[in-house]
Design a protein around this ligand. Structure first.
Ligand SMILES: NC(=O)c1ccc[n+]([C@@H]2O[C@H](COP(=O)([O-])OP(=O)(O)OC[C@H]3O[C@@H](n4cnc5c(N)ncnc54)[C@H](OP(=O)(O)O)[C@@H]3O)[C@@H](O)[C@H]2O)c1
Length: 248
């Protein structure tokens, strides 16, 4: 994939993600963009690629297959001719049952959201550093800010990914590589389709809008909607006995 002048090349990891695709589409609406999708189901990726303006290339990667990540990312960078923007949108929510969560689901949530996404983050950052420029957008969550009884497993895994992204971002200061950590609240996508919307629920398009604005600036972390930054600044410092009584 060679890019024409003024065109941005974008790699979406989690190529079927509703939030990821909203970001990719919004990027394409503001300036020409070439898109490469990485995901675990080539048939679904082909379907998604066909809906993108100008189509898109795609390839397979499973977040759970750690030993394939370096090669899959290297292959994508080679086929794409490098990327200006990488969006890391891989994630699974699992149930909201806390300690009563199905054990296999709980393990998948921990593996995919931390180990899998973290490994894809490391491989992508390595590739961006080798090319000497580029931004990676990491879909974290407000759940990363403080564990809640009902989604402790997802929250803990996202907290791990968020911390990894922040620390690696600092280690890459001055290299031309930027990490933008995005902490959305409840977003109405298929991931949350079975849940009652939380306060300040938002849309994939609103997350995309906030990401596009942040890409033009210098922030390293954003909350969507922004008010959640202040809500969680309070929540994270509430004493435990108060925090655990909140209907979160
Ligand atoms: N929706 C929310 O309320 C919300 C809030 C905060 C943060 N987030 C985060 O935002 C990101 C995108 O979420 P979304 O709402 O767009 O949900 P989504 O549409 O369900 O997207 C999740 C993506 O992760 C992929 N994925 C899951 N397991 C994978 C695996 N083992 N290997 C490769 N890919 C895998 C899915 O692929 P398949 O299509 O193959 O399943 C899909 O592309 C996630 O990281 C999520 O945790 C979401």
């Amino acid at each position: 994939m060679s890019t024409a002048a003024g065109e941005r090349s974008v790699l979406l990891i989690g190529g079927t993600s509703e939030i990821g695709l909203a970001i990719v589409r919004r990027l394409g609406a503001s300036a020409p963009a070439r898109v490469f999708l990485l995901g675990r189901d080539p048939e679904r990726l082909a379907g998604v690629a066909a809906t993108l303006d100008g189509g898109g290339e795609y390839d397979a990667v499973d977040a759970d297959a750690l030993d394939t990540h370096e090669e899959a990312i290297a292959r994508a960078f080679e086929r794409g001719g490098g990327f200006d923007i990488v969006v890391l949108a891989v994630g699974v929510l699992g149930g909201q049952a806390g300690i009563d969560a199905n054990r296999l689901v709980a393990e998948e949530v921990m593996r995919v959201n931390f180990l899998g996404a973290g490994s894809l983050l490391l491989a992508s950052l390595g590739a961006l550093r080798r090319q000497g420029h580029g931004t990676i957008v990491v879909l974290s969550s407000v759940a990363a800010e403080r564990a809640r009884a009902s989604n402790a497993i997802y929250g803990a895994a996202k907290a791990g990914l968020d911390a990894l992204a922040q620390g690696l971002a600092d280690s890459l200061s001055g290299t031309g590589v930027r990490v933008l950590v995005v902490r959305p609240g409840f977003v109405r996508t298929r991931m949350t389709a079975s849940l009652k919307p939380a306060p300040f629920a938002t849309s994939a398009e609103a997350v995309a809008e906030a990401v596009i604005r942040a890409l033009d600036g210098r922030q390293h972390t954003i909350w969507v909607p922004q008010v959640l930054r202040y809500v969680f600044a309070v929540l994270r410092h509430l004493p435990r006995p108060m925090y655990r009584r909140l209907p979160l």
